[in-house]
Design a protein around this ligand. Sequence first.
Ligand code: HEM
Length: 226
Amino acid sequence: MARPSNHFQSTVGSKIVMALSGLGLVIYVIFHMLGNLQVFEGSHALNGYAAFLREMPILLWTARAGLLSIVVLHIMLAIQLTLRNRRARPVAYVVRQYRQASFSSRTMAASGLVLLLFIIFHLLHLTAGVIDSSSADRLDAEGHRDVYGKIIHAFQNPFIVALYLAGQLGLGLHLNHAVTSSLQTLGLEHAAFNRLFKAAGPTVALLVVLGNAAIILAIFLGIVRG
Ligand code: HEM
């Protein structure tokens, strides 16, 4: 049987790795959104950016492998920590004390699952072209892959729009709690910065969700067209 101090140390270690992997994913999501916002500049900007990313296949595949490893590690640690918490408290509270915990902190597992399902759908949809292959291989006038045309085509469909907006809800709820909680886990909690850290989660969540939703809705409402 593991000694309590070892158990404590490995739980703290898992939490630190989970916080670092989560913050790595947050950075990816922010850069991905900033890249996608180029849809507002037109097809030349977005397709040129997508082509630039693909011009370095070694870097692209290293980044993809790194991203996938971080996602797998993050999910495995989340499951491990949840099971450990349950084992430490095998009998659930009869009356749950929710006064301290926010809605997003109580629903981390659910929002994480929504996010995972969204990412799987998103990869099959826009990266692999399995869900809709009609614009998968199209090239623009400059001979670049027409990522712009692909997105315009995608977000004209109300079902796709609804699924992507549901994904943003999962993303927003998850980031709202995760960013603040990760900063605290990493020991960055400091009286002088506490308000800043508390605001970091909601701010990042709001900016990312608003940025992504702006892309989806601008296309759906015909503000950005093909
Ligand atoms: C409005 C929201 C979004 C749009 C318009 C969008 C757009 C895209 C497009 C067009 C691609 C394929 C790029 C290509 O084929 O070159 C892509 C790939 C990807 N997206 Fe998104 N995305 C959105 C939100 C998200 C979110 C919220 C996440 C993660 C939580 C995400 C994760 C990914 C990943 C992991 C890839 C694969 C990257 C790769 O091919 O290496 N996306 N996205």
